[in-house]
Design a protein around this ligand. Structure first.
Ligand code: NAD
Length: 282
């Protein structure tokens, strides 16, 4: 199938990034927010990143204006009726996502592909809220979506080959590096990275290592492009703890649980870059 028009539900951290990827790749894109104000905020985020791209010489003013011109905003899910692909990036709550998908099922064309950007929920359980689970897939982008190339294309219990391939091929057209996977907790990267980061934090206390030393060790000894403490600061301690709890709940493995130290940081509000302080000061 040919995808021409894309809908993005939620223009928060991930949705704004995904909408930016879509308009920059030349797709007419409808961004749906719950209020006009949040919609404008999402557009302003996209504009800011595109302006930065112009300043750094990565894109021309014409390309920026063209990309912004392809973005329309709405608060009404029914305005996604003509979209060939809808990517949902609303809050990570199963019931909320199921409601959004039930409504998308009512308002979009029967052949539209409906994708969720969930990190840790079951795509199949979200798909089951629709009358056409064969058209539902996972498209798991990474933060920041315009920068990180990977998109995990998740085949849920009833996803059709055609819907999976449409999502994969759109991601390629949008300049991404998609990979296929099944609907298992954490998919590929989070299933591996979350317990690994938790182990790194445990080692801080077990071995009496400072965050700087841990990051120096893992960048110089394991070839990581960024140390684990700097990475958790970038992800956000709260986001990481939430994802750890979700995986722990699904897989029941102790390694998935967030270490005490991260829970204390969350309580204190030292969440990383976004709060000005985490393992490091910003
Ligand atoms: N932040 C990350 O690093 C990351 C990475 C990959 C995937 N995800 C996933 O992407 C999704 C969005 O995460 P985010 O970090 O962008 O969150 P966010 O808090 O930045 O954005 C959440 C969005 O949900 C919308 N929303 C709130 N209440 C709603 C409602 N009742 N109905 C519809 N929409 C509503 C908000 O307006 C906002 O646009 C989640 O499923 C998350 O697990 C996040």
């Amino acid at each position: 199938m040919t995808i021409r028009r894309v809908g993005v539900v939620g223009l928060g951290t991930m949705g704004a990034g995904i909408a930016q990827v879509s308009v920059q790749a030349g797709f007419d894109t409808v961004g749906r927010e719950i209020t006009d104000e949040l919609g404008q905020r999402g557009r302003a985020t996209i504009e800011r990143y595109l302006n930065r791209g112009v300043e750094k010489g990565r894109l021309s003013e014409g390309e920026r204006d063209g990309a912004l011109g392809r973005l329309t905003l709405t608060t009404d899910l029914a305005e996604l009726a003509e979209c060939d692909l809808v990517i949902e990036a609303a809050l990570e709550e199963l019931e909320l996502k199921r409601e959004v998908f039930a409504e998308l099922d009512r308002v979009t064309r029967p052949d539209a592909v409906l994708a969720t950007n969930t990190s840790a929920l079951s795509v199949s359980e979200i798909a089951d809220a629709t009358s056409r689970p064969e058209r539902v897939v996972g498209m798991h982008f990474f933060n920041p979506a315009p920068v990180l190339p990977l998109v995990e294309i998740v085949r849920a219990r009833h996803s059709s080959d055609e819907a999976v391939e449409a999502a994969y091929s759109w991601a390629e057209q949008a300049g991404k590096q998609p990979v296929h996977c099944n609907d298992t907790p954490g998919f590929i990267v989070n299933r591996i990275l979350i317990p690994l980061l938790n182990d790194c934090v445990r080692v801080l206390d077990e071995a009496g290592v400072e965050p700087e030393a841990m990051d120096k060790a893992m960048t110089n000894g394991a070839g990581w492009p960024m140390g684990p403490c700097a990475l958790i600061d970038l992800i956000g301690v709260d986001v990481h703890v939430h994802a750890s709890e979700a995986l722990r709940g699904k897989l029941g493995e102790a390694r998935m649980a967030a270490p005490e130290r991260l829970l204390r940081m969350q309580e204190r509000g030292t969440l990383g870059r976004k709060s000005g302080r985490g393992f490091y000061e910003y």
